[in-house]
Every structure is written in C-alpha cells, then in structure tokens.
Design a protein around this ligand. Structure first.
Ligand SMILES: [Zn+2]
Ligand SMILES: [Zn+2]
Length: 203
C-alpha cells in the first residue's frame, strides 16, 4: 500500500511529500531541510528512488543539493518548461535559499510515471503559476504544488506566470473526483469537492 507523509520545510513552509511503497520512496518538493528528509527516510529504512518537483521555484528546490550530497545518483524530475529556473540568478533568496545549480541528472517529469510504475501515478500538466507547473496524482491523493491551495491558487504575477493558463488548469482539476485529497505546496490539505464548492478561483 502506498504511504504518504508531508513534512513542512524551510521558512516558506513548503509541503515536502514523501511517498513510499515497501522500501521504495519518492521525494516531492524538498524545498529545504534536507537533513530532516534524510532522517525521515533512514529512520524507516526507506530507499529514495527519485526526486520530483511540482515546479522550479527556489522555495521548492532548495533542499536538492543536500539530498544529492547524500544520494548522488538519484534522478531528478521536473517539467522541461521549468528547467531554466535551475541555476537562474533570479530564482534564489540567499542566505537560506542560495542558487541551486541544474542537476546533471535532470529528467522530464512526464517520463517519471513509466520509470516508477509501482507508484501508479499521473503527471497533470497545470501551467499558470509557472510554465512547467505540474500536479502529481497518486490514486485519490493530489499533490497540487502552487497551482491549487485551500481557498486560493498560486500567484501568476511571477515571470512565466499566466492567469489564463491558471484558470484552464484549475478547470481541469475541478473535473477530478470530489473525494480527491489535495495536498498543496503550502498550507493545509483540502479536497477537490471542497475547493469546487468554495474556492473563488475554481469554476
Ligand atoms: Zn511557486
Ligand atoms: Zn511555493
């Protein structure tokens, strides 16, 4: 059975998710606090298989160097449209979030579900907050990144953001089963049903 733990990390309180099946684990959005993530994994004897990013913003990728120091061969997955954010001089907030170099093993997140079939997940392309924003759907669990928040949605006024794209992405998410649990990139969990009923950004 797939298990899931959310760990809020860094001063932007990004929800880092760890998913595991047996001893195989995936790490989503390790925004900071690599030590905390490594302890969680080693305390449970979990072997990370990959790092996945919902998008490339500095508050979501800040823990990458620390994790790669511990697990140098780990593949890293992001949408290619957000690839240029790695190493970009505007995508940092020192000292807590220094610039994160593009990892040598960066791959297209749309190929991750086929690479890790045991996790039976889908990558939903949901541009708007960034051009390469994705949501990750593991059964009835949706990791929505900074696309959908409880009662709100991600900002679209950063470079590459688009409110028109965001509206389309939210409309697509609104068609998911209402009982789908949503763990956003920041803040509390919710469900698709609750957001369709109450979120002013969702049709
Ligand atoms: Zn963001
Ligand atoms: Zn964020």
């Amino acid at each position: 059975m797939l298990q899931h733990k959310t760990i809020p990390v860094g001063s932007y309180c990004v929800n880092c998710s760890i998913l595991w099946q047996g001893t195989d684990a995936l790490i989503v959005d390790p925004g900071q606090d690599a030590d905390l993530i490594v302890s969680f994994l080693s305390d449970r004897g979990l072997a990370p298989q990959a790092i996945l990013f919902t998008h490339g913003h500095f508050d979501h990728i800040g823990g990458l160097p620390g994790l790669l120091a511990k697990y140098p061969d780990l593949p890293v997955y992001a949408h290619p449209s957000d690839g240029p954010m790695f190493g970009h001089p505007m995508n940092q907030m020192p000292p807590e979030y220094p610039r994160v170099a593009k990892p040598a093993n960066l791959r297209d997140i749309r190929e991750a579900p086929a690479a890790f079939p045991g996790f039976a997940f889908q990558v939903l392309e949901t541009p708007g907050h960034t051009p390469g924003s994705v949501c990750l759907k593991f059964g009835d669990l949706l990791l929505s990144g900074d696309t959908l928040f409880a009662g709100s949605c991600g900002r679209t006024d950063f470079p590459g953001g688009s409110m028109a794209a965001m509206r389309q992405s939210l409309a697509a998410l609104a068609t998911l089963p209402p009982e789908t649990t949503v763990v956003p990139g920041h803040g509390p969990a919710t469900t698709i049903g609750t957001e369709v009923a109450t979120n002013p950004f969702m049709e």
